[in-house]
Design a protein around this ligand. Structure first.
Ligand code: NAD
Length: 498
């Protein structure tokens, strides 16, 4: 049984509040540990520590801050085989998927190894006679991050390396469902030479989150999670005068044009719809084949692939996907499947009767596929966040574009086609933050920025890349004029003829 407290002042400490949450292994349903839930007083103490540590860190030359990131990157790479099982045991995803998410997180650390270059300012000589102007970016102070269960290593890594490299102190409040991996990564960051107090992990629930949102010592909040909570975080945080970015829920459509390579599209949909049991904010949960013939070919190829998915715990190296995160999540997803059936969608593959010998109490669900879904159904409108793909048949390309643009979410989308003109038109007109062309999960690399539109993002900045640097810094401009006089009056040189 693991006992997880907080990470403060460069070391692990026990929680003081007396409140705890249970942690489960989703593959077995067994309780594996407990995590402390911080009180407001504990949050106040962490913020005070961060405030004390930040000025010296903010004044440290960016090139020295980058040195910590170089060492951190090296340590993460060396420990990836230790970190992945820690992550999978609490989340349930396959080991290769866990390693993949850590690798994507490491890319952000690599990006901020170049922080001196990223923080370079702008300078204009002679904006008026004898007047120069320049602009620099300075750290905000103390930034808080609140993160979801589905990428317990990568999503925090989207945030704190950028924020810390920019010179801020950072307080992370991870998901209470799978906090172990981040606690170990915090140790590695300190082994890399980060001064105590600059990065803290405070575990908790609503009480800790609210304390962070209201605390006058917190300058900005990065949130990733569901839309209901994200909108709440955005309202409460901005009302308290903070800068807030809240990256939220999604319903990502994949359009399959009649000219698409169907084998490629089906391969892509299998990974994007069922990988990580559909628990990705960039998962494809709606397939939109254009034309009846395209739809029939899609279903025909997809159905046997879903039936042959290897659903198994992460300890099985041949597993395609693991369990979902919790018993409540399993029940919620099954509830949506029942609603879809009742609304008249055709359940082509029903994963609900999957039984795994030896794992009867695990939160497993087989892949599910609905055909003939319509846009008024709850399985279309809501984010299910499980291994369920809905096929909505579109008569024409324009119907597909309209459907996507009218959906309340705008995180990611993809189109599969061989036609450049269609792809270009789609990219130009679709009201979505991240678009793939023959790429099902168009997650931007670390030196670009990640973020959705509409109700998938509250706030102005996307995350990591230059948007992350802007979010974590404040712009300051200076205009200078120097009085003349000393240069003329003083004799610094030999006068001609002397
Ligand atoms: P969640 O919203 O339940 O939890 C996210 C965080 O908010 C957690 O740290 C949690 O402790 C905290 N929280 C939960 N309830 C709270 C409350 N009432 N008050 C204050 N804080 C609260 O999300 P989740 O279930 O952990 O993650 C899944 C969701 O995250 C999905 O909707 C998914 O689409 C979204 N997500 C979005 C992105 C993105 O980049 N847009 C990335 C990953 C996940």
């Amino acid at each position: 049984m693991s006992e997880i407290g907080h990470f403060i002042d460069g070391r692990k400490v026990a929680g003081q509040s007396g409140r705890r949450a249970s942690i489960f292994n989703p593959a077995t349903g067994a309780k594996t540990g407990e995590v402390a839930l911080a009180s407001k007083a504990e949050v106040d103490a962490v913020v005070a520590r961060a405030q004390a540590a930040q000025p010296a860190w903010g004044a440290t030359p960016p090139a020295k801050r980058a040195q910590v990131m170089f060492r951190f990157r090296d340590l993460l790479n060396r420990h990836i085989d230790e970190l992945a099982p820690l992550l999978s045991a609490e989340h349930g995803k396959t080991l290769s998927d866990a390693k993949g998410e850590i690798a994507r997180g490491i890319e952000v650390v690599e990006f901020v190894c170049g922080i001196p270059q990223l923080l370079k300012g702008e300078y204009s000589e002679q904006v008026a006679t004898g007047v120069d102007s320049f602009a620099i970016r300075q750290p905000l102070g103390v930034v808080a991050g609140i993160t979801p269960f589905n990428f317990p290593a990568m999503v925090p890594l989207w945030m704190y390396p950028v924020s810390i490299a920019c010179g801020n102190a950072f307080i992370l409040k991870p998901s209470e469902r799978d906090p172990s991996v981040v606690m170990r990564i915090a140790e590695l960051l300190h082994e890399a030479g980060l001064p105590p107090g600059v990065f803290s992990v405070v575990n908790g629930d609503k009480e800790a989150v609210d304390a962070l949102l209201d605390h006058p010592g917190i300058d900005a909040v990065s949130f990733v999670g569901s839309t209901t909570i994200g909108q709440y975080i955005y309202s409460r945080g901005t009302a308290a005068g903070k800068r807030v970015q809240a990256l939220c829920g999604a319903k990502n459509h994949m359009v399959i044009m009649p000219d698409a390579d169907m084998d490629q599209a089906v391969d892509a949909l299998m990974g994007a719809g069922y990988g990580s049991a559909g628990e990705r904010c960039m998962a494809i949960s709606v397939a939109v084949p254009v034309g009846e013939g395209t739809a029939d070919r899609l279903i025909e190829k997809l159905e046997p692939r879903i039936r042959s998915l290897n659903v198994a715990p992460y300890t099985d190296s041949a597993s395609d996907m693991g369990p979902v995160i919790s018993r409540e999540a399993l029940e919620r997803i099954k509830g949506y499947i029942a609603e879809g059936e009742a609304a008249g969608a055709r359940l082509v593959v029903d994963g609900r009767d999957l039984r795994l010998q030896g794992y009867e109490d695990g939160y497993f669900l087989g892949g599910c596929l609905f055909d003939s879904v319509t846009t008024d159904m709850s399985i279309y409108r809501n984010e299910i966040f499980g291994p369920v793909v809905s096929v909505v048949r579109a008569e024409a390309y324009e119907d597909a574009v309209r459907m996507i643009n009218e959906h309340e979410y705008g995180n990611g989308t993809a189109i599969f086609t061989r036609d450049g003109d269609t792809a270009r038109d789609f990219f130009s007109r679709v009201r979505i933050g991240m678009v793939g062309v023959n790429v099902p999960i168009p997650v931007p690399v670390a030196y670009h920025s990640f973020g959705g539109w509409k109700r998938s993002l509250f706030g102005d900045h996307h995350i990591h890349g230059m948007e992350g640097v802007r979010f974590n810094t404040r712009l300051k401009t200076m205009t200078t004029r120097w009085p003349s006089g000393i240069r003329e009056g003083a004799v610094f040189n030999f006068h001609a003829g002397s």
